[in-house]
Ligand binder design. Structure first.
Ligand code: NAD
Ligand code: UDP
Length: 318
């Protein structure tokens, strides 16, 4: 188990989730080394942490051998493109981050006897045929479709993590994260929530893909980070679903954002994405029973905070 207050290495720490995680770890008394290539993240996300004692930002691509950042108690491996638009643009890089990057991160953790936490994804369930998705479900993934570079990289990363656990007794935890949203998502990362908020604030049409009846279960970033930390500070190998079980249609989420932002934008239909999962909803009973974790922030509250942040960013850029 990771010693509280030890040295945590966060790969992908300058991304959306990673920057919130670094902040939370510092608050809990960890020293934090953030390794990031800035492929989809930016140093701006952690700029206000740089003056904090115990925080270090290192530009590093995880597909290269890890630099000597000192003895670590915890390695949290987040480095990977995560939005469908990003991994469509970076297909080989995404496969390499999941495969070679995960191998390097596991090797680094093993050398330090550190606990290793992999941020896997609900995408390992693909277009699921079971609802809600429990960790025992093996998934329904198209291995050669446009999403496969992400889905299969994460499935390989999970397999590699479990192989290290079984073969070397590595201390590991696998989190299967479901759609998470909040401040510091990139306005142009192509994901549903930043797209809808940016469109609503600009008075442009909200682009709902396909019928809009496909579902997602969206979790506010503070809740996801709390779940990741609970897993990191446990000895649970997982996999453990970390997500909000409140399942909603994409159209409903668009309507909610439009209403909460006081926008008069119309909602328009665009072609559906290839291999787009039709339903997604986590069963979180494992997280609740083994980690005592469940999300606390309501959709309205989470969306309000996120809309406020995007509005402030727009104001600052104007
Ligand atoms: P993000 O794109 O904001 O962050 C990813 C970070 O990894 C970026 O800072 C990027 O520069 C960095 N990175 C990418 N390739 C790298 C490489 N080769 N070497 C070093 N750094 C690299 O995405 P996010 O939403 O913050 O996702 C973070 C992690 O959580 C990802 O592993 C993702 O698969 C996982 N996850 C996220 C969600 C979600 O809804 N946000 C859901 C499931 C899983
Ligand atoms: N989506 C949408 N409009 C957009 C962007 C996405 O309707 O402008 C849809 C997308 O087709 C999917 C859902 O919203 O059905 C969630 O997409 P996102 O890219 O946020 O995450 P995913 O869960 O697909 O990884």
């Amino acid at each position: 188990m990771a010693a509280e207050g030890g040295h945590a290495v966060v790969t992908g720490g300058a991304g959306f989730l990673g920057s919130h995680l670094c902040e939370c770890l510092l608050r809990k008394g960890y020293r934090v080394s953030c390794l990031d290539s800035f492929a989809t993240g930016t140093p701006r996300n952690v700029a206000r942490l740089e003056s904090r004692p115990g925080f270090r930002l290192v530009q590093h691509d995880v597909t290269d051998p890890f630099p000597d950042v000192g003895r670590a108690a915890l390695v949290l491996h987040l480095a990977s493109a995560a939005s469908p638009k990003d991994y469509a643009r970076l297909p080989i890089e995404t496969l390499r981050a999941g495969a070679i990057g995960t191998a390097n991160a596991l090797e680094f953790a093993g050398r330090h006897g550190a606990r290793f936490v992999l941020t896997s994804t609900s995408e390992v369930y693909g277009d699921p045929l079971e609802h809600p998705q429990r960790e025992t479900y093996w998934g329904n993934v198209n291995p050669i479709g446009p999403r496969s570079v992400y889905d299969e990289a994460k499935r390989y990363a999970e397999a590699l993590t479990m192989a290290h656990h079984r073969q070397y007794g590595a201390d590991v935890g696998i989190a299967r994260i479901f759609n998470t949203y909040g401040p510091r998502m990139r306005a142009d990362d192509g994901r549903m929530i930043p797209n809808f908020i940016t469109q609503a604030l600009a008075g442009e049409p909200l682009t709902v893909a396909g019928t809009g009846r496909q579902t997602r279960s969206v979790c506010y970033v503070d809740d996801t980070v709390a779940g990741l930390l609970a897993l990191a500070e446990s000895t649970v190998p997982g996999p453990v679903n970390i997500g909000n079980p409140h399942e909603l249609s994409v159209r409903h989420i668009a309507d909610e954002i439009r209403a909460l932002s006081g926008s008069r934008s119309p909602v328009t239909s665009i072609p559906g994405a290839v291999d787009d999962p039709r339903r997604r909803c986590p069963d979180i009973s494992v997280a609740l029973s083994l980690l005592g974790w469940q999300p606390e922030v309501t959709l309205r509250e989470g969306l309000r905070r996120t809309i406020d942040w995007f509005a402030a960013e727009r104001g600052a850029a104007a």
